[in-house]
Design a protein around this ligand. Sequence first.
Ligand code: SAM
Length: 212
Amino acid sequence: MRLRNKPWADDFMKENQQIVELSPLSHKGTWSDVFGNDNPIHLEIGSGKGQFIANMAKQHPEFNFIGMERVKSVIVGAIKKVKEKEVSNARLVNENAVDLRDLFAENEVNKIYLNFSDPWPKARHEKRRLTYHTFLTQYKHILKPDGEIVFKTDNQKLFEYSVESFSKFGMLIEELTLDLHALQDPLNVMTEYEQKFSQKGQSIYRCRAQFQ
Ligand SMILES: C[S@@+](CC[C@H](N)C(=O)[O-])C[C@H]1O[C@@H](n2cnc3c(N)ncnc32)[C@H](O)[C@@H]1O
C-alpha cells in the first residue's frame, strides 16, 4: 500500500529502477532473479534514509539486501545513498510492511533487520509495533529455518516489549546487549537514528533472536 501521492518522488523512483523495485509483489519467490545470484537475502524493514542498507551492501557483497520503507519522500534519500555506493546487491521497495507473505515466499529470506522501529507507545497501537506477534508469524514464514531477526533501538520500553514478545513466541535469544556501542563491534553499521541518539549519549540496545 502506498500512503501518499508525491509525483516528484514517483518520478525519481521511475528514474532509478535499477535500485527501487516498482512492482515488488511480482518478485515473490524469485528475488534471486532480481539480483542475478543465489546469495542470502537480508531484509530491512523501515530503512528510513538508507544509511544502514547502503553501507551494509557495500561491506557485504556476499549478501543481497532489500530495504523496505513506506514513506516516499524518505525512500528518495535511501535511493540516493545506495546510488552513491555504486553497489548491485541492494534494492529498495516503497511498501508498508503489512503482510510480508505477499512479497516473499516461504523460506526466501535469511535475515531481517528492524532498526529503530517506530515505538507506537500507546497500548491501543500495540498491533502496529513491528515486533508484535502477528509480525513475528510473518517473519517466521518468510525466514529460512536458521534465519534470525536483528533488532536495534534506543527505546528501552520498546526493547523490553520486543524481547518479551520474541520470548513469548518461543524464539531463541542469541544475543542481548544494553549498550551496543560499549562493545565497540567493528562490524556494527550505524543507522541515521542510531548516530543521532548515540551522539546525545543514549544507550543503544540490540537483540538477535532466532525462530526454533
Ligand atoms: C524511526 S525511523 C528509523 C529509520 C532507520 N531505520 C534508522 O534507524 O535511521 C522508522 C522508519 O520506519 C518506517 N516504517 C515504519 N513502519 C513501517 C512499515 N510497516 N513498513 C515500512 N516502513 C515502515 C518509517 O516510515 C520510518 O522511516
